[in-house]
Design a protein. Structure first.
Length: 559
């Protein structure tokens, strides 16, 4: 017994040390102190009763690590489920999802490459994600879908890989997907009638979808069938879908019709969860609720004796925000923390920026998670963008982003100065222009050099040069650069009654000089105004803009 106690004490000390290391890696300052204290308290208490408190300490380690994880939000929700949109494209045109002509697609360069998808997936898994579901668009239109599944299954600690599909090509792809390690699949099917399928999707293929479902069952899967219920459209098939579960071990999930741009959503088309249950019980009075898991989005039900079951995703009438553990990664690399939210944070831009480390990506992910709200709004107070990804063939076109990988903003949204120490020394040049509209009278006075303050163009040139050299004092996050050239040209355009200012700035260094060029023409333009304001205030400064830049990571030339 004494040996057992000694071994248990050693185990307790090891667990305490493990928690302290986890806390040190995941938290700083007072947060680390609190986590470490919690670990030591748990260890001290465990010595009183070795057997019972060993389990308590294990729970304390897990709970404390989750609390310190960047995937845990302000309300204690730990996000272990990631939905990855692999593509914007779809081979259907469901009428509640997108217009018949489709939607504009982004250039391929704006979408995540396979390598980028796998890199981000690995980072999420390392932070605690245990389940990944591949969505779209329609994920099976990706030629490398089988390879992606296989690569994901190779990630240590990832427990589950699923896919949401419209099922059109399952008979061709499901066997290789299963060999690659696919754990589960959801199939979207809004009708059991062939003609209605073609009406909804504007495409043929109902037989192929049903064949894909039956193949999945034969291969040992228990597929989930996602059905969006719409009044005066498929509400007459509710009982048909229940009957579909009599012999087939499937989980039919009725999804409340949700609003998003492009589907002309109307409240009266919504069929609520409670109404659907009442409809089913009129035919099957014994229809009963089943136990649900802590993070389930679907309320489970079944008819006793049927091989399958049903579920209700009640996003509109009874939200499940309190137990939400889901994050979403869009095809163009944005992390979306809420299905109903419009805020997105670009991991793609951050990942592609020069010098971005994986720790910085983790910080950006953590900052996004911290902005997740307690719950989404109610019916009538929001409209989802077209990037919902609940249904696989919803369009994924661009929308407003709240974070675009700006280098002067850190993961917490605070201003920061960029460290350029690791950049190469190159010759960097930038040009900018500005135009000052002075009017006919001032044009004549400038041309004749008859203004009381003197030579407008010469003074403006000198002021522009001085302004370029003071840029870092006026723009907070600009670096102090040793400039090798500042040239300002001031030209009076008599026909246009304006002064055109062009500045060219050059340096040999680790950061560009576009701000110096813009500062030069801006100060020169203000100087023209100052020299002329005694005669007229009807002066307009316009078209302050960059013309070109070179020597850095991204050259630019205005067309």
């Amino acid at each position: 017994m004494r040996l057992l106690v000694k071994r248990s004490d050693l185990w307790l000390r090891q667990c305490t040390a493990q928690l302290r290391r986890q806390a040190a890696n995941m938290a700083t300052g007072s947060q680390f102190h609190k986590l470490a204290t919690a670990a030591e308290s748990a260890a001290t208490g465990a010595q009183l009763d070795i057997k019972s408190d060993n389990n308590a300490l294990e729970a304390a380690v897990t709970q404390s690590a989750a609390a310190a994880s960047p995937l845990t939000d302000r309300f204690g929700r730990h996000h272990t489920y990631l939905r990855i949109s692999l593509t914007e494209r779809c081979n259907l045109r469901c009428d509640y999802c997108m217009p018949a002509e489709g939607v504009p697609l982004q250039p391929k360069s704006q979408l995540l490459s396979t390598e980028e998808v796998l890199r981000l997936a690995r980072i999420f898994v390392e932070q605690g994600v245990r389940k990944i579901r591949l969505t779209g668009g329609e994920p099976t239109v990706r030629r490398d879908i089988v390879e992606v599944v296989a690569q994901l299954k190779a990630l240590p600690q990832l427990e589950h890989v699923g896919i949401t599909t419209n099922g059109l090509v399952l008979t061709r792809l499901l066997v290789p997907l299963q060999r690659a390690g696919l754990d589960s699949l959801n199939i979207s099917l809004d009708t059991l009638r062939k003609e209605r399928f073609e009406q909804i999707t504007r495409r043929k293929g109902w037989e192929r979808v049903i064949a894909g479902i039956d193949l999945a069952i034969q291969l040992g899967y228990r597929p989930k069938i996602n059905c969006v219920l719409m009044r005066k459209f498929n509400e007459d098939e509710i009982c048909d879908f229940v009957e579909f579960t009599r012999e087939r071990p499937v989980d039919v999930r009725f999804i409340e019709y949700m609003p998003f741009s492009g589907n002309k959503w109307q409240t009266e088309r919504l069929i609520s969860y409670s109404e659907t249950v009442q409809t089913i019980r009129q035919r099957w009075p014994e229809f009963q609720a089943l136990p649900n898991g802590p993070n389930d989005t679907s309320k489970a039900y079944a008819v006793p004796g049927f091989a399958g079951q049903l579920g209700f995703i009640t996003s509109m009438t009874e939200h499940f925000c309190g137990t939400c553990n889901r994050l979403r990664l869009t095809a163009d690399g944005n992390i979306k923390v809420c299905l109903f939210g419009n805020k997105e944070f670009s991991l793609r831009d951050a990942m592609r920026s020069e010098g971005c480390t994986e720790q910085q990506l983790v910080e950006l992910i953590g900052a996004a998670v911290q902005r997740k709200k307690r719950q989404h709004a109610g019916i009538g107070s929001y409209r989802i963008g077209s990037r919902t990804m609940l249904h696989p063939h919803q369009p994924q076109h661009a929308q407003l982003r709240n974070c675009s990988g700006l280098t002067h903003i850190n993961a917490q949204g605070k201003a920061q100065m960029v460290d350029v120490a690791g950049k190469a020394h190159t010759t960097r040049t930038a040009s900018a222009e500005a135009t000052v509209l002075v009017g006919e009278r001032l044009t004549a006075l400038i041309a004749a050099n008859e203004l009381a303050k003197g030579d407008v163009l010469s003074v403006a040139q000198l002021a522009g040069i001085m302004g370029a050299k003071q840029t870092s004092l006026l723009i907070p996050l600009c670096h102090n650069i040793a400039l090798s050239l500042v040239r300002v040209q001031a030209t009076l355009l008599e026909q246009q009654h304006s002064v055109r200012l062009v500045a060219t700035v050059r340096c040999s260094g680790q950061t560009g000089v576009e701000m110096e060029a813009l500062m030069a023409v801006s100060v020169a333009a203000l100087t023209v105004y100052d020299m002329c304001k005694a005669v007229s205030h009807d002066i307009c400064i316009q078209n302050v803009r960059l013309l070109s830049k070179s020597g850095g990571k991204r050259d630019y030339q205005r067309q």
